[in-house]
Design a binder for this molecule. Sequence first.
Ligand SMILES: Nc1ncnc2c1ncn2[C@@H]1O[C@H](COP(=O)(O)OP(=O)(O)OP(=O)(O)O)[C@@H](O)[C@H]1O
Ligand SMILES: O=C(O)c1ccc[n+]([C@@H]2O[C@H](COP(=O)([O-])O)[C@@H](O)[C@H]2O)c1
Length: 221
Amino acid sequence: MTSAGPVAVFGGTFNPVHLGHLRSAVELVERLDLEELRFMPCALPPHREAPGVDAATRARLVELAIAGAPRLTCDRRELARDGPSYTIDSLLSLRAELGAHRPLLLVMGSDALAGLAGWHRWEELLAHCHIVALARPAAALPAGDVVAAWLERHRVGVAALREKPAGGVHLLQLRPLPISATEIRGLVQSGRSARYLVPDPVLAYLERHALYRQEANDCQQ
Ligand SMILES: Nc1ncnc2c1ncn2[C@@H]1O[C@H](COP(=O)(O)OP(=O)(O)OP(=O)(O)O)[C@@H](O)[C@H]1O
Ligand SMILES: O=C(O)c1ccc[n+]([C@@H]2O[C@H](COP(=O)([O-])O)[C@@H](O)[C@H]2O)c1
C-alpha cells in the first residue's frame, strides 16, 4: 500500500470547460477520495485543429469555474511547453514531481479512451499512471479492437488505484451529463444561451469577451 493518496489529472481542450467536466470532477473526488484533482488544459491538442480560443484563456475559464471548489485545481504545465501537448510528456513531468510511489490517475471520457491507440506513445502511458475512464452517454467503450484487448488486460477494480502508483484502467459510471463543448460553441455562435451548461462566471466571461460568437474566434485575454 502506498502512503499518500492519489492525485488525478483531467486533461482536455476545455473549449470551454462545462458542467459535464465539473460535475464529473466533483463526483470523482468524492467517489475515489482524491486529495486533489487537477484540470490540465492542453496548449496545442495533438489530434484536432488548433482551438480558436487560446490556451491561456481556456485555462482562465477553468480557473473561474473551479474558484472555491475544494480539491479542484488547474495545472498549467502544458501551457509552458511548445509543440503538441502530448500527454506522455505531462505524465513524465508529473511523475517527477510526485515521486515514484504516489498513485497518479489520468481521467478521460470514454470517447477519448476509444481513440487511445492514436495517442503518442500510448502503450507507455500506464507505466506512469492509472487511467480512469468515464462513461459518456454518446460514446461506447472500445470493442473488438486493439484498445479493447489492452483494456481487458489492464482493467482493475477501485482498490488497485490506491494500492499501486500506476498500471491499471478503471471504468467508472458517474452521473451522465450529455453536455459537450461543441454544443456550447454552437449555441453561442447561433445567438442562443449557454446558461446552466457552464458556471455563471464562465458565462459572464464568454459574454464580456464575445467568445465563440464567430466560427474562428481568435481571442486574447
Ligand atoms: N459531459 C461529459 N461527461 C464526462 N466526461 C466528459 C464530458 N465532456 C467531456 N468529457 C471528457 O473530458 C475530457 C476533455 O474533454 P473536452 O475538453 O474535449 O470536452 P468536450 O466536451 O468533449 O469537447 P468537444 O465537444 O470540443 O470535443 C475528455 O476526456 C472528454 O471525454
Ligand atoms: O498525447 C496524445 O497523443 C494525445 C492525443 C489525443 C488527446 N490527448 C489528450 O487527451 C485529452 C482530451 O482531449 P480532448 O480532445 O477530448 O480535449 C487532452 O488532454 C489531450 O491533450 C493526448
